[in-house]
Design a protein around this ligand. Structure first.
Ligand code: GLC
Length: 549
């Protein structure tokens, strides 16, 4: 099957299924659930980073790239997982966190003990004459991006947590290490790789950010990033025709993504981009709330669809991941229209051009966590910003409200399997609290209800395999100015597909194009949708029309 027909399922291993009662998900737990994933119809599982790690940033602080963290299992468990997945035609995608390592990684430990070879694996710089940090850059998790090491009288760069030291990709030895790591996992039969924040690996000049922002203009899509990715491709995954790769691109541009994922670019197969997930950031600030700007959302997704299509480049399609709040709580209505809005969001995304990603629990409509106590939060970014917002004088009540909307922990609560204690996730004490609605929103209930969100996802995933127009068709936006409707058309040879979505809980009127009159409804979130030329869409109503001429 071509990659364009496939759907990826994302597993956050810590929160998926615990087989041994230690409160952490693990690989044996995943093996138990492979039949469930096969039933959903996905072809790939992307696992969030699960290598040896002190877990300051839940595995994105890697201390050994070649070992599974023992809390998830052994290498035997991993190999068993690969075999069991393969029996079900499911491939594995691993998360390569190559912009930085944990400061507990032996390379970094050697570096801070003065070993010059390993110091050159990282980015160490002298401070300014007055002793201040080399630049005014800020860490993405809050606070300065440089940490002083007294014994060396130098600073090291960390764009993320202070325990995540940035690697020096200008050093050819680092680049070779990275290729070797990919090849190590390839030798275990892994074909899929996700590269964490990979467009930040090439730092440009070390200058103060004149706007006193975080300095991203100096290292995002940096000067040698394309060269480094071509080299990595050539030395590792590019040797495998079946490989599927995706790069996580922070604050990038279409122009760069065309180069990262263009069909003949020999860099990556696809890219994750985030512009559409910032449309509810007030003044571009993640920790400042506003209602999402629907027209901007539409405009951005349309721009990316068309820009990537024109250049024959490839997008990953997603609303949710382990860093984002739950889509049904964010863009839908998880109280009044949970089913309709979750299905609408799924239809809108899955019929676009690109590779859809389903984040664990999304397929049953899992919602934000709505935690009410800072003790419930585990995420380093959320805890940092709790303190930062407090020091800026915001009331606790206000901060809780912000975290309930924005914290990454909204996505990280345990998978809701059933209505038993801890939602069937663990027999022990879960590492993070559950979302309290699990007695209602859970896999058991979803499987028992023929009209559930789960079966809607199953159908969409199947449609991508069946209809070439979904996988490969041309994308044309419709109703671009409409204040409530997100619609588009896909075309391929004699096939035509119309996707119509009411993004709001209030009805609205649309005039369907004439071509729709005789088309067949492939999927809808209302059982009695009738596509007529002048039609009133009900709350969150969403459907797909198809014809083959
Ligand atoms: C990516 C990961 C995120 C992590 C960060 C630093 O954005 O998705 O979870 O915290 O990179 O590695």
């Amino acid at each position: 099957m071509k990659h364009s027909h496939k759907t990826v399922y994302q597993i956050y291993p810590k929160s998926f299924c615990d087989s041994n009662g230690d409160g952490w998900g693990d690989l044996q737990g995943v093996i138990r659930k492979l039949d469930y994933l096969q039933m959903l119809g996905i072809e790939y599982i992307w696992f969030n980073a699960m290598f040896v790690s002190p877990q300051r940033d839940n595995g994105y602080d890697v201390a050994d790239y070649r070992m599974i963290d023992p809390r998830y299992g052994t290498m035997d468990d991993f190999e068993q997982l690969c075999q069991e997945a393969k029996k079900r035609n499911i491939d594995i995608m691993l998360d390569m966190v190559f912009n930085h390592t944990s400061t507990e990684h032996e390379w970094f430990q050697k570096a801070i003990h003065g070993d010059e070879t390993y110091k050159n694996y990282y980015i160490f710089r002298k401070g300014n004459a007055d002793g201040s940090a080399p630049t005014n850059w800020q860490s993405k998790f809050g606070g300065p991006a440089w940490e002083y090491v007294e014994s060396l009288d130098e600073y090291y760069l960390h764009l993320y947590d202070v325990t995540q030291a940035d690697l020096n990709w200008e050093n050819p030895a680092v680049r070779q290490e990275m290729a070797d790591i990919v090849n190590y996992w390839r030798s275990k039969g892994v074909h899929g790789f996700r590269f964490d924040v990979v467009n930040l690996i090439s730092k440009g000049s070390f200058e103060d950010d004149p706007d006193h922002f975080d300095g991203r203009q100096f290292y995002t899509d940096g000067p040698h990033v394309h060269e480094y990715l071509k080299e990595l491709n050539e030395r590792s995954f590019g040797l495998d025709e079946a490989s599927m790769t995706v790069g996580e691109m922070s604050s990038t541009t279409i122009e760069n993504c065309v180069r990262y994922s263009g069909a003949n670019a020999h860099e990556l197969s696809s890219v994750f981009t985030f512009h559409h997930l910032k449309v509810d950031y007030k003044n571009k600030q993640k920790w400042s709330l506003m209602n999402f700007d629907f027209l901007e959302l539409k405009q951005l997704l349309n721009q990316w669809q068309i820009g990537m299509q024109e250049a024959n480049a490839w997008n990953a399609l997603f609303w949710c991941n382990h860093d984002q709040p739950r889509a049904v709580s964010r863009f839908g209505d998880d109280k009044k229209y949970p089913k309709q809005s979750a299905k609408m969001l799924a239809t809108c995304l899955h019929c676009m051009r690109g590779t859809p990603y389903v984040y664990q629990g999304e397929e049953i409509g899992m919602t934000n966590a709505y935690f009410t106590d800072i003790q419930q939060y585990q995420d380093v970014e959320s805890i940092n910003f709790f303190n930062i917002l407090k020091s800026l004088g915001k009331s606790e009540q206000e901060i809780y409200h912000i975290l309930q909307e924005r914290s990454r922990d909204n996505a990280r609560t345990p998978m809701q399997w059933n209505d038993q204690p801890n939602a069937g996730f663990t027999d022990g004490t879960p590492w993070i609290s559950l979302t309290s609605n699990y007695p209602i929103i859970n896999v058991n209930n979803a499987l028992a209800d023929p009209d559930s969100i789960f079966y809607h996802y199953q159908k969409l995933i199947q449609m991508r395999k069946t209809y070439d127009v979904i996988a490969e068709g041309n994308y044309v936006p419709l109703f671009e100015e409409h204040l409530q409707v997100f619609a588009y058309k896909r075309t391929l040879k004699n096939e035509e597909l119309y996707v119509i979505n009411n993004f709001y809980g209030s009805p609205c009127l649309i005039q369907l194009p004439e071509a729709c009159a005789d088309m067949k409804i492939l999927i809808s979130n209302y059982s009695d949708t009738k596509a007529v030329d002048e039609m009133t869409l009900r709350p969150y109503e969403s459907f797909v029309l198809y014809q083959s001429k």
